[in-house]
Design a binder for this molecule. Sequence first.
Ligand SMILES: [Zn+2]
Length: 471
Amino acid sequence: MSIVRVRSFFFVLKAAVFLASLVLPAGASAQGFSQPSFIRDAEIENYLFDLAAPIYRAARIDPRSISISIVQSSVANAFVAEGMNEFFYTGLLQLTDTPEQLAGVIAHETGHISGGHLIRGKEEMRNASAEALLGTLLAVAAGVASGSSDVAAASAAGGMQIAERGFLRFSRAQEASADVAAGRFLDEAGISSRGMVEFFRKLEGQEMLPEDRQEEYVRTHPLTQDRVDALKRHLETSRAKDAKLPEKFYVMHERMKAKLMGFLQPETALLRYTDNDKRLSARYARAIALYRTGKVDRALALTDALIAQEPSNPFFYELKAQVQFENGRIEEAIANYRKAVELLPDSALLHQAYGHALLEGANGSKNSVRIDLAIQNLIEANRLEPRVPMTWRFLASAWGRKAELSKDGRYAAMATYALAEEAVSSGNDKAAGQLADRAMKGLPKGSTYWLRAQDIKLSTVPEGEGRDSKK
Ligand SMILES: [Zn+2]
């Protein structure tokens, strides 16, 4: 698991002007707004995808066209934005007790997508990662909500709450229509909407609380007694009323919650999941919490026991590799990342982590072989998931080292091209265009990377400088 902070501020100001035709006080966002952090984790993302896929299909949406992102925040919230992006806050994931409850939230958010209740970004962000998109939206929202740098700063300190209240809030009519759609999707997917009713009942009564004590989800998705009553009526007549999800979803849900707490609230996790708790999820949470609090040897011992119990679970090898990598034990980390990649070859994140470890471990006699293997894995990571700025950064570094070793100038140009891709993925079009232009000069004309660099250059031309003629 890793925490990714979205960088780059300059496009935030540009986006603000585009989105709301507002005059943002100069520097307000840039100085006062703290960019959100995202959780990237192959295991949790796989679980969310497996749970959500039948719901998307019921909504006649190709599951591969939706991007699910996890925002690190103690508040409970979820919402959708333009470009088929669904965002789930860790606070919300931790608030759900069962996969059915989480499926209810996913179905409701998908109802907003199919109803077209999307938060609009700007055209220039279409190539950016979902994380960069949300970073921009929230920064803009901070400016929208406040109009003053003081309030923007307060909103950053308050966990983005002010930002979302006005900007991300849906109307009651939209809520009702998303609920109706959600019930239909769950029925068709064969998932009981009991979880959706349970989750909304959990939040029921919050409407009576002062705003600052409500869960954020209640503020962005106004909850009324009418809504809860309608959901209950739907459940009573639903053909999937008593359907039960396969056991593996309960296992995955429990592990997700254990992992999030171990990683994000390690001190609490060590109290919650005691030594006497022999459940696998409890030992998993402890292993992660021990590593997060610097007790490396105990963390590794617990992880080894987990591996012994489930020797073909890629995520246990990944955890072991991460602990070793972060503690300078690169050779062991490489071996365990290799094992994780072998067990789960279609994970972009595992290929990225393995490639990064190989790069760190490339020295002496292993230099050349390791760099080539790193490049191979990073290219595979990009094929599986094309818009991850960090993967492009590692690849730029790998190609840069290849250039040093081989004295072949094409690799230096490829490194520049990779930096252009990193800039595009971060929503930094201006830098991307300049880097792509520079890369093209060193690449053989008409070659694959030359063509891709040309695509970037053409697609990042500022408005009024010929973009329309290139469409
Ligand atoms: Zn809603």
